[in-house]
Design a protein around this ligand. Structure first.
Ligand code: ADP
Length: 181
């Protein structure tokens, strides 16, 4: 199954993706995790991305797309993947379409995790990641509203809406149930 996960920062996409990845037997490809791994290893890509991430801004699309394409071409992603954090803009969605066309595949669905802004801020302040301070959280929410939320219309009837409030287990069960239809 080839799925994209959408939702505001703090929606719990990453948590759900880890569980779904195991249950569906497909790799979880998170651009945030890939960037953080590159930063940790001190790669050139990590060095370029770091200033944007620390400011809560989007990393330039060219750099991000190159990283995603390379990851999608790895063996474990040939038969399916859960893409988390990409696309984040309509421009990136067009680029992803281009990659999929080139690979001769298409998406099976786009899961949209819906959550209120209060819950989002509470969750992000609770997880204590380096880029989770109040200023960057606000910036990331603004970026989400202006750049990422338009993807819900972009993907139209490919969207599978899931309420992302409640326990991790409940949200996971709702997701698996929705994927069966
Ligand atoms: P969150 O869970 O808050 O959405 P992520 O781990 O997905 O955070 O992403 C962390 C940061 O990595 C983002 O704030 C952004 O700077 C960068 N990033 C992740 N995905 C992308 C992308 N598709 N395009 C540009 N920047 C990205």
């Amino acid at each position: 199954m080839r799925l994209v996960l959408l939702g505001p920062p703090g929606a719990g996409k990453g948590t759900q993706a880890v569980i779904l990845s195991e249950k569906l037997g497909i790799p979880h490809i998170s651009t945030g995790d890939l960037f953080r791994a590159n930063i940790g290893e001190g790669t050139d890509l990590g060095k370029e991305a770091q200033e944007y991430i620390d400011a809560g801004k989007l990393v330039p699309t060219e750099l991000t797309a190159r990283m995603v394409k390379a990851r999608l071409q790895e063996d474990d992603a040939k038969d399916g993947f859960l893409l988390d954090g990409f696309p984040r803009t309509v421009e990136q969605a067009d680029i992803l379409n281009g990659f999929l066309e080139e690979f001769g595949t298409k998406l099976d669905g786009v899961i949209n995790y819906q959550v209120s802004e209060d819950v989002v801020v509470e969750r992000m302040l609770g997880r204590g990641r380096a880029d989770d301070n109040e200023d960057t959280i606000r910036t990331r929410l603004e970026v989400y509203r202006s750049e990422t939320a338009p993807l819900i219309d972009y993907y139209g009837d490919q969207i599978i809406n899931i309420t992302a409030e409640g326990t991790v287990e409940d949200i996971n069960a709702r997701t698996l149930e929705a994927l069966q239809h």
